[in-house]
Structures are given as C-alpha cells and as structure tokens.
Write a protein that binds this ligand. Structure first.
Ligand code: PLP
Length: 334
C-alpha cells in the first residue's frame, strides 16, 4: 500500500511540562515545592532505586469538580512497585489517596493536573542493595494538558530492546528502568518520529516508550499480554472495559513486529498519552493514514469517562472537592 503523505505542516507536539511550584507531600507533611529537596548522595538519585506513579485528574467545568482518575488502581500498583524494591511505606492506598486530594485542594486546581507520587531509597550511602537504605515518599502535582499529540502519532520500531522481566521488571514503575525508555524515545525523536514501539528481547512488540499499544485487526483489539515485558497499564484496562462495553472483541497475545505494518488501526494508551491514534509506523501508513474509527470511538468514550461526563464510568473518578470549599493558594498559605 502506498504511503499517503501526512498533512503538512503538522501541528506542534504538546509542550514539555515543567514542575516549578505547588504543594508537595514530603517527609510526612505538605510543604512548598522549594522546600522539598534531597541530598546529592540520595541512594535513589545515584542508583535509580525509586518507583513512581503518574496519575491524572481531569477538571469538569460544568460541575466545577476535579476528578482523580483510577486513584486506588494507581496506588495499588504503586505499592506493588515498592514491594519489588523491598520498600516499606507507612501509608495505605486510602491514605495515599487522601494525601493526594489534600495537595490538590491546597493549591485549588481548576484545570487538568498530573500527579507524581514517588517512593525512593533516601539514605546518603554508598551501597548498591535494596535493604541498607531508608525509604521515603513524596507526592507532587503539576497542571498538565496533553503529553503527546492525540491527532495522529508517527512511530518507529526502536533498535533498543525493552528490558526483560529478569533484568529490570517492566511491570514495576522503577525509575532506573526509564533509562531504557529515554534511550529509545530520544533516538525516535532525533530521527523525526513522535515515539517508538519497543520489542521484547525475543523480538515481539512490547509497548511504546510510556504507553501500551493496541492493534485493530478485522475489528478485534489485539494487545501484548502482561508477560511480554509491559507495564500493565491502568489505561489499558480502562480501554478494555470500554471496548467490552461496546461489544468489541479483545485478544491478549504475542504480536509480531510486522503485524503493526498491516494493522487496520493502531493506538497507544496510557495516563500521559491518554488514547492516541498512530497514523504511521516505520514510513508505512496505518490503515488509511488517518486515525481509524474504532480508535476515535474509544478516544471519545475515554475522554467523556475521565472527565466524569459518562455516568457509566463515574466509579473511575474520585472527586477532589466533593462539595468541600475550594481554597486558593492565597487563602491557604503553607
Ligand atoms: C512504560 C509504560 N508503559 C505503559 C504505561 C501506561 O500505563 P498507565 O495506563 O497505567 O498510565 C506507562 C505510563 O505510565 C509507562 O510508563
């Protein structure tokens, strides 16, 4: 199939989000961003021994409410990641959710927000192991719109392989593992692509740099299984729920690289990228070279659900204000 030229010029990719302020949960209390600092000798900074989450909260203008998306799912995965690194946090899933709401309320957010909890080995020690250091927790938040373009991504297959479960387990969101991501995505962007798909060590499709991948083949959604070195995405599960509710068949199976060159549609999904159509892969148009219908239907359904606009998925959303008075930063100095 001939590659249709993509519309030119393309819209600019979303800007990089810089974190510069706001309230931070740090050393057991909420402090201003500038006070939440760590030593250069911190174990996690030196050895990559931290794990993190990325959580979104979506602003619903009509209801004047901020909805945290899949809050408990994220914190359950967070605690599973800490278990991989033999960390012992004091906070429970419910307490982590409560702290997150407190931070957001404190800053009075009225717009979409990205929340970053991070648990890290905090001791200033020269020792590479998992048991000599103390553990610490920080949670910060930043206003954030799109992380990646949602109107059509151009991808390549990376020459960097996805780290295997017996190297650094991809199922945990471990900071050190994101060097693997950075190497791959940096190559892709330098070569003019938006992102890349990474292959497992045995050459099958794993996932994109920070997102899971779905193919549409003969109307069926196909996605790699959890045993193919992926982060088991919370958005992946959300998309599957949306698909099931629409009667779309879903298959989790190992995917060959060249299946992506022949798929009817491809899309990425993740907290950051949300649901993002892929229109080109390694110089080959995906389908017609424009976002496909199944993808766009799921994208619409996802955006309605996450903003709390579809009552069927309201249970995905935790209201931050929930009728509580919103405080502006000025009313609530820290
Ligand atoms: C490597 C990787 N895969 C997949 C995902 C998507 O996961 P989720 O939908 O839970 O955000 C992410 C983002 O968190 C990621 O970093």
């Amino acid at each position: 199939m001939a590659v249709e030229p993509l519309p030119s010029p393309r819209t600019a990719p979303p800007p990089t989000t810089h974190v510069a302020g706001g309230s931070v949960y740090f050393q057991g209390r909420i402090v201003p961003f500038a006070e939440a600092t760590v030593s250069v000798a911190t174990h996690a900074l030196n050895y990559g021994t931290a794990c993190f989450e990325g959580i979104r909260a979506y602003w619903n203008e009509d209801r004047e409410e901020l909805y945290l998306l899949k809050l408990s799912e994220h914190y359950r995965r967070f605690l599973r990641s800490t278990q991989l690194l033999k960390m012992h946090l004091r906070e429970t899933v419910d307490e982590l959710g409560q702290i997150t709401c407190d931070i957001l309320r404190r800053d009075g957010h009225r717009g979409d927000v990205y929340i970053r909890p991070i648990a890290y080995k905090s001791s200033p020690i020269i020792k590479v192991d998992l048991h000599s250091s103390s553990d610490a927790l920080a949670i910060f938040a930043v206003p954030m719109g799109d992380y990646a373009r949602t109107d059509g991504l151009r991808l390549t297959i990376s020459s960097w392989r996805r780290i295997g479960d017996n190297s650094i387990p991809a199922r945990g969101k471990v900071t050190g593992a994101y060097v693997n991501t950075a190497l791959a995505v940096d190559d892709a962007i330098s070569a003019g692509y938006d992102d890349c798909l990474m292959l497992t060590e045995d050459g099958h499709i794993a996932e994109a740099s920070a997102a899971n991948v779905f193919l549409v083949q003969s109307g069926t959604l196909v996605t790699p299984p959890v045993s193919d070195d992926i982060l088991v995405g919370i958005t992946r599960a959300a998309v599957m729920e949306l698909a099931r509710d629409r009667g779309l068949p879903i298959v989790e199976r190992t995917i060959d690289r060249t299946e992506t060159y022949q798929a009817e549609e491809i899309f990425l999904c993740g907290t950051g990228v949300q649901v993002a159509p892929v229109v080109e892969i390694d110089g080959r148009a995906v389908g017609s070279g424009a976002p496909g219908k199944t993808t766009l239907d799921l994208q619409d359904a996802y955006f309605a659900a996450v903003r709390g606009s579809d009552p069927r998925y309201r249970h995905w959303c935790t209201p931050v204000y929930g009728g509580m008075p919103r405080m502006t930063p000025a009313q609530n100095p820290i």
